[in-house]
Write a protein that binds this ligand. Structure first.
Ligand SMILES: Cc1cc2nc3c(=O)[nH]c(=O)nc-3n(C[C@H](O)[C@H](O)[C@H](O)COP(=O)(O)OP(=O)(O)OC[C@H]3O[C@@H](n4cnc5c(N)ncnc54)[C@H](O)[C@@H]3O)c2cc1C
Length: 627
C-alpha cells in the first residue's frame, strides 16, 4: 500500500524537525522519517550533551578555586548529561510530533523514484521531499586509526566514566570545548592540531587568548602537529604526530577524534531521484532546492555552516519554498556562531579580512576590552575583547566577541545587523548597570561621534583644522579649527540647552562663549544695539515673528508677553544657536541676545545673524508703518 503525503522529510535532527513543524504549521500532511529517535546529533551527541558537560565543568572549575582538593566522579557527570538529553528529547518525541500533526516513522528511508520512498517495506509518496540526513564524524585515513578504540562525539557521552587521560585530535570548536571541559573535570588532556593555532575559523587574536587560557588551566596543546599514526598499546592509545619535521608519540587512555563532519550522502539512492551530490554535500541552489525538482536539502548534509541554528534557518526557507508559491533565497549574510569555551567566543557576519576584501579600506574597525567594563571587573581573572567591523556609514558587517556571555551579547549585534540598525544608535539605548552588554554601548558612543565626523561639513572642518584648506575656504568653521577643539566634543556640548529667559527685566547674562552678542551686555566686544519699535509692542512682535519665519533653519520655540525665543540649528551638524528677544516696552525697544551653545562653532555667526535680522526686521517694520 502506498501512503500519500504533501511533504516527506528524511532525518529528524535540527533541520528536519524545523521543516516538519513548519510544514505542519501550514496544515500540510507531513511525514518525518528517521532511522533513530527524533533529535538528531544536536540532542543526542552534539550541542545538548556538550553544553551540559561545559556547564558542569564550569561549576567544578569555580568550586576548585576554593576547594583545590575537589575530586569529581565523572560517572555521575555522565548520568546528569543523560538526564539533560532526556529532558530536551521530551520536547521532540514521537508523541509530541504526533500531537502537532506530524507522522513520525522510525525507520530507514531509501528513494525508489523521484517522489517515492521505501520505508520499512512500505511505499511513501510525497509531492515534495526534504532531505535533512545530517553528517557523521569524519575519521580520516590515518595509519592504524581505525584499529584503535577511538571515541567520537557519538560515543563519548555514552561512556560509563571518562578516561583519566585523553588525546583530543582537532582544535575546532568541538575539540576545544571538550578539551577545556574534560580538563576541568580532572581528565589530563592533550590537544593536537595541524594548524598553527586553535579555532582557525575565528579571529586570530581572540582565539589565541583562549589558547593561552587553556594552557594556563593545564591543557597541553600541540599546534602545527599532524597525526600520522595510531596504535593500541594495552589500555593506552599511542598517537604519533609530526611537528617541526620531528615525530613524537603521545600516549593516553582515550583518543577523541574531532576532525570535522562528513555529509550523509550515500546509502539511500539519491541517484534514483536525480539528486546530485559529492562527498562533501548535496548540491542545492539558493532556494535550497536540489538538482531534482521538488526535492530540497537542508542542514549538515548541505552546509556550508554545520550549525543547528543555520539548519533551522535553512529548514524554514526550504519548507516555505516547497509549500508556498514563493521562492525565498537563503541568506547567509547574517551567519553567526559561538564557541562555548569559558570565556565564550561569539562571531557574527564577516571577519575583518572578508570585510576588507568586499568593501575595501572604507571599513571601520572598533575594539573594546572587557577590562573597561565594570561587570567584567567584578570577576577575578576575567578576560575579553570585542571587535566590530562596520561599513563606512556605521552599519555592522561583522563582529567577534571573546568574553563571558559572548553568546548572548553577539545576539544583540545580530539584531542590529539583521535589522540594519546603525551601530551608532546603540549609544542612546539604556542598558542595566553593571552588565556585559554595556561593552556595546561604549562602542556605540564612539561610532555615534565618528558618524558625525564622517559628515562632509565636518570633514571640511577637520581639513581646515589640520591646515589642509586655504584660509579663504575655511569659511564658517575655520575659527573653530583654529582653536583646535575636537568637533565631536563640540557636537556633544552643543546639545546642552543653556540658561535662557528674562530675569528682573533683563535677559540672562550673556554667556562667555566668544561669539555671543547681546544688547544688554557691558562687554564692548559683545554689544549690539537694540531695535526701536515706536508704538505698538504687539505689532512689533508680529513683525519680529514674521521676520523669524522668513528664515530657513530657525524655529520659534517660545512666545510670551515680552519675550520671544528662537533656535537656529544646523541639521547636519546638530549645532544649535539660541536667539532671544526682550520687548522693553518702557524703552520701546527690542533687546537682542544670541549665543551659540559652543562659542567656537562659528566665526562671528551671531553678530552676522544680528545684522541680517536687523535689516529684515526694519524693512518689515518700515513697511507696516508706511502702509
Ligand atoms: C559535539 C558537538 C557539539 C555541537 N555543538 C553545537 C552548538 O553548540 N551549536 C550549534 O549550532 N551546533 C552545534 N553542533 C552542530 C549541530 O549538532 C549540527 O549542525 C546539527 O545537529 C545538524 O542537524 P541536521 O538536522 O542537519 O543533522 P542531524 O542532527 O545529524 O540529523 C540527521 C538525521 O538524519 C537521520 N538519517 C540520515 N539518513 C537517514 C535515512 N536514510 N533514513 C532515515 N534517517 C536518516 C539520522 O539518523 C539523523 O537523526 C555540534 C555538533 C557536535 C558534534
Amino acid at each position: 500500500m502506498t501512503k500519500k503525503y504533501d511533504i516527506a522529510i528524511i532525518g529528524a535532527g535540527a533541520a528536519g524537525l524545523t521543516a516538519a513543524f513548519t510544514a505542519a504549521g501550514f496544515s500540510k500532511k507531513t511525514v518525518l522519517i528517521d532511522r533513530n529517535l527524533p533529535g538528531g546529533e544536536c540532542t543526542w551527541s552534539g550541542c545538548i550533551p556538550s553544553k551540559s558537560l561545559i556547564n558542569i565543568a564550569k561549576e567544578v572549575h569555580h568550586a576548585k578555586k576554593y576547594s583545590p582538593e575537589l575530586k569529581v566522579d565523572t560517572s555521575e557527570v555522565l548520568k546528569d548529561i543523560q538526564k539533560v538529553i532526556q529532558k530536551v528529547y521530551a520536547g521532540e518525541s514521537p508523541e509530541v510530533l504526533r500531537e502537532s500533526g506530524i507522522d513520525f516513522l522510525n525507520a530507514y528511508a531509501t528513494f525508489t523514484g523521484p517522489n517515492t520512498l521505501e520505508v520499512d517495506g512500505e511505499t511513501i509518496e510525497a509531492k515534495k521531499i526534504i532531505l535533512s540526513t545530517g553528517s557523521t564524524p569524519l575519521v580520516p585515513p590515518i595509519d592504524g586509526l581505525r584499529e584503535v578504540d577511538y571515541l567520537t562525539n557519538e560515543s563519548i557521552f555514552k561512556l560509563e566514566s571518562f578516561p583519566k587521560t585523553m588525546t583530543i585530535l582537532g582544535a575546532g570548536p568541538i575539540g576545544v570545548e571538550m578539551s577545556q571541559a574534560l580538563n576541568r573535570l580532572g581528565v589530563k588532556v592533550t590537544l593536537v592540531e595541524k594548524s598553527d593555532r586553535i579555532l582557525s575559523n575565528d579571529d586570530e587574536e581572540l582565539a589565541l587568548m583562549i589558547q593561552q587560557r587553556l594552557v594556563e588551566e593545564g591543557v597541553t596543546i600541540h599546534a602545527g602537529a599532524a597525526a600520522v599514526k595510531a596504535a593500541q598499546q594495552g589500555s593506552q592509545i599511542e598517537l604519533t604526530v609530526e611537528k617541526d619535521g620531528k615525530e613524537m608519540t603521545i600516549s593516553n587512555e582515550g583518543l577523541l577524534v574531532a576532525l570535522g563532519r562528513q555529509a550523509n550522502v550515500s546509502g539511500y539512492n539519491l541517484e534514483t531521484a536525480g539528486v546530485e551530490y559529492d562527498k562533501k554535500r548535496i548540491q542545492v541552489d539558493e532556494h535550497m532546492e536540489t538538482t531534482a525538482k521538488g526535492i530540497y536539502a537542508i542542514g549538515d548534509v548541505v552546509g556550508p555552516y554545520q550549525l543547528s541554528h543555520m539548519a533551522n534557518a535553512q529548514g524554514i526557507t526550504a519548507t516555505q519554498n516547497a509549500i508556498l508559491p514563493i521562492n525565498r533565497k537563503m541568506n547567509y549574510d547574517n551567519v553567526t556562531w559561538c564557541t562555548y569555551t569559558d570565556p565564550e567566543l561569539g562571531h557574527s557576519g564577516l571577519s575583518e579580512a572578508q570585510a576588507r576584501e568586499q568593501h575595501g579600506d572604507s571599513i571601520r574597525v572598533y575594539e573594546q576590552d572587557y577590562a573597561d567594563i565594570d561587570r567584567a571587573n567584578t570577576k577575578q581573572g576575567s578576560i575579553g575583547k570585542v571587535k566590530i567591523v562596520l561599513d563606512k556609514k556605521g552599519h555592522i558587517l561583522g563582529a567577534s566577541i571573546l568574553g563571558d556571555r559572548a553568546g548572548e551579547i553577539i545576539s544583540q549585534i545580530q539584531t542590529l545587523k539583521t535589522l540594519s540598525i546603525n551601530m551608532g544608535k546603540l549609544s542612546s539605548v539604556i542598558h542595566p548597570y553593571p552588565t556585559y552588554s554595556e561593552v556595546l554601548v561604549k562602542i556605540g558612543k564612539k561610532v555615534y561621534v565618528d558618524n558625525l565626523l564622517n559628515q562632509p561639513v565636518v570633514k571640511t572642518f577637520n581639513k581646515a583644522k589640520a591646515g589642509e584648506l586655504p584660509v579663504k575656504k575655511i569659511g564658517l568653521y575655520g575659527a573653530a579649527a583654529a582653536t583646535g577643539f575636537g568637533i565631536a566634543n563640540m557636537a556633544i556640548q552643543n546639545n546642552t540647552k543653556p540658561q535662557l529667559g528674562v530675569e528682573n527685566g533683563r535677559l540672562t547674562e550673556v554667556p562667555s562663549t566668544p561669539n555671543a552678542v547681546s544688547s544688554q551686555t557691558t562687554v564692548r566686544s559683545k554689544f549690539v544695539p537694540a531695535w526701536p519699535y515706536n508704538g505698538s509692542k504687539e505689532q512689533a512682535k508680529k513683525n519680529l515673528i514674521g521676520m523669524l519665519k522668513s528664515y530657513e533653519g530657525i524655529r520659534i520655540a517660545q512666545v510670551n508677553n515680552d519675550y520671544v525665543y528662537a533656535i537656529a540649528s544646523s541639521k547636519l551638524l546638530k549645532f544649535k544657536d539660541d536667539i532671544e528677544f526682550y520687548f522693553n516696552d518702557a524703552a520701546q525697544q527690542i533687546e537682542f541676545r544670541s549665543a551659540s551653545r559652543v562659542g567656537y562653532s562659528d566665526q562671528g555667526v551671531n553678530r552676522k545673524r544680528y545684522n541680517e535680522m536687523k535689516k529684515r526686521y526694519s524693512s518689515i517694520s518700515t513697511h507696516t508703518r508706511n502702509s
